[in-house]
Design a protein around this ligand. Structure first.
Ligand code: FAD
Length: 454
């Protein structure tokens, strides 16, 4: 394909975190590379993570979620084609089939290198009524605009959120701020399944304190509509919840069908299998972000952790290698953070629950401690939970819950995990202190000291 052209051609499928990181990085490494990104929606380089805050009104306009516009990319020599969907990949001939969603036309175009960055799709549980008017998922800018338009035009009063992961929790806060009576259902016995139950309970209490009705261990079975096809209620194992608006936040699945149909190997949870350079099994084809696997440093193997923090890094590595450089992705320890109302929660590594499920010997402590010197006015105490291996004292994971900004302390513990620190190492960390920032013994050190006695 490339022999007839002078400049080599990098095609990117999906123009958000991973795709546009790859494009920018490849451009920096190779000024002569022709780079074209195809994006199915009308936007590129948007921050899906800001969608709950667009609904809440904290972000004023959808356009504010866009980090860089097509015009800005064009000035970098990166062509972005929005409203263009790649419908097939032919890895033998190095071509892709593209559908122009505005014109309806289709064409075929060639590549020398290909980055697949198709992301992850919201899981829509198969249940009656899932297609009714007033039922939403949240992934794209268009999804956020659709929810906001519905709120403005239909003036719903009651919302039901199916799923209590971080998107559900963040949207619950947004709905309450928009004046909706909000109910959250989850089939699991706790909210925020990637946290231990004791920390998740703090989030459930915070949601309830702010008027959200939370029903866990309660599977949504169907959505009822009226004769006009509009949502009216969610029926669950435990009851029937009236609703004018339903948001499905039931998790994300790798959007990997396009790759699979092209013979590209899939791995964990249907995500595209990649090596540390984000290379797929097909030479010249890379995958990054929510459509791809992630190497987990603690599990010492591939996992599926679809997060924006990872998508950007993986995209950068894919772009480095596609642009002729050499890059490797360092792996994750499963660090995540979220908030609702006044409570922030962070997690890194293995929860106690996950460690037990993996058959690992694990011990834990959970402490509550002031986040400032006792005489200094502050936002209140924080909870730190540490999980470690009793055989060698190695830290396995940690969770923090407390006033919103304090949860970011989880990054100290993520750094500790990245470097394989033990509880004893944690005790010795030289963490900063001044009364407006922390007590003289930082809560992380207090937790490590308590852990060392166990
Ligand atoms: P995506 O962002 O999914 O982008 C992939 C793009 O590819 C999509 O725009 C899609 O339209 C396009 N595409 C797919 N198939 C094709 C095709 N065949 N042809 C053309 N285009 C195609 N992560 C965090 O780390 N922190 C957070 O706080 C956080 N909050 C979030 C809140 C919400 C509401 C959501 C939805 C996600 C949040 N995330 C968060 C996750 C984060 O947004 C994703 O991990 C990140 O966007 C993944 O980037 P990506 O580029 O891999 O995929």
């Amino acid at each position: 394909m490339s022999s007839s052209r002078e400049a080599k051609r990098l095609l990117i499928i999906g123009g958000v975190a991973a795709g546009m990181s790859a494009a920018s990085r490849a451009r920096r490494l190779d000024p002569d590379l022709e780079i074209v990104a195809y994006e199915r929606t009308g936007y590129v380089s948007y921050g899906s993570c800001g969608l709950p805050y667009l609904i809440a009104g904290v972000v004023r306009e959808a356009a504010d979620l866009v980090a860089r516009t097509p015009e800005q990319f064009a000035r970098q020599g990166i062509e972005t084609r929005t409203n263009h969907e790649v419908t097939a990949i032919d890895t033998s001939n190095k071509t892709v089939e593209v559908k122009d969603l505005t014109e309806g036309s289709e064409f075929s175009t060639g590549y020398d290198k290909l980055v697949i960055a198709t992301g992850g799709s919201p899981i829509r549980p198969p249940m009656p009524g899932i297609k009714l008017e007033g039922v939403f998922v949240l992934r794209t800018v268009e999804d956020g605009i659709a929810v906001n338009r519905f709120l403005a035009e239909e003036r719903p009063r009651r919302a039901v959120i199916i799923g209590s992961g971080y998107i559900g929790v963040e949207v619950a806060e947004a709905f309450v701020q928009r004046g909706l009576q909000t109910t959250m259902l989850d089939m699991l016995p706790q909210v925020l399944d990637n946290f231990d139950a004791d920390i998740a309970q703090l989030m459930q209490s915070e949601l309830e304190r702010n008027g959200v009705i939370v029903s866990v261990d309660d599977t949504a079975q169907g959505i009822e509509g009226d004769t006009a096809g509009r949502v009216r209620a969610v029926v669950s194992a435990r009851g029937r919840y009236e609703a004018d608006l339903v948001l499905i936040g039931a998790g994300v699945a790798a959007e990997s069908l396009l790759a699979q149909e092209a013979g590209i190997r899939l791995g964990t949870k249907g995500a595209i299998a990649v090596d540390e350079g984000m290379r797929t099994n097909v030479p010249g084809v890379y995958a990054a972000g929510d459509c791809a696997e992630t190497y987990h440093l603690l599990l010492k193997g591939p996992s599926y952790v679809p997060l924006g923090s990872t998508a950007n890094k993986q995209g950068r590595v894919a772009g480095t290698n596609a642009g002729g450089g050499e890059g490797t992705f360092g792996g994750v320890v499963g660090t995540a953070i979220t908030k609702a109302f006044e409570l922030g929660v962070g997690v890194t590594g293995l929860t106690e629950k996950a460690a037990v499920q993996l058959g690992r010997a694990a011990r834990s402590v959970s402490i509550e401690h002031g986040s400032r010197a006792h005489y200094y006015p502050g936002p209140g105490p924080i909870r730190v939970k540490l999980v470690w291996d009793p055989a060698d004292g190695m830290l396995l994971g940690a969770q923090i819950a407390g006033p919103v900004a304090e949860a970011k302390r989880i990054d100290v513990l993520a750094t500790a995990l990245h470097h394989g620190l033990t509880i004893e190492d944690l005790q010795r960390l030289d963490l900063s202190y001044a009364p407006p920032f922390s007590p003289v013994w930082d809560p992380i050190l207090v937790a490590a000291n308590v852990a060392a006695k166990n």
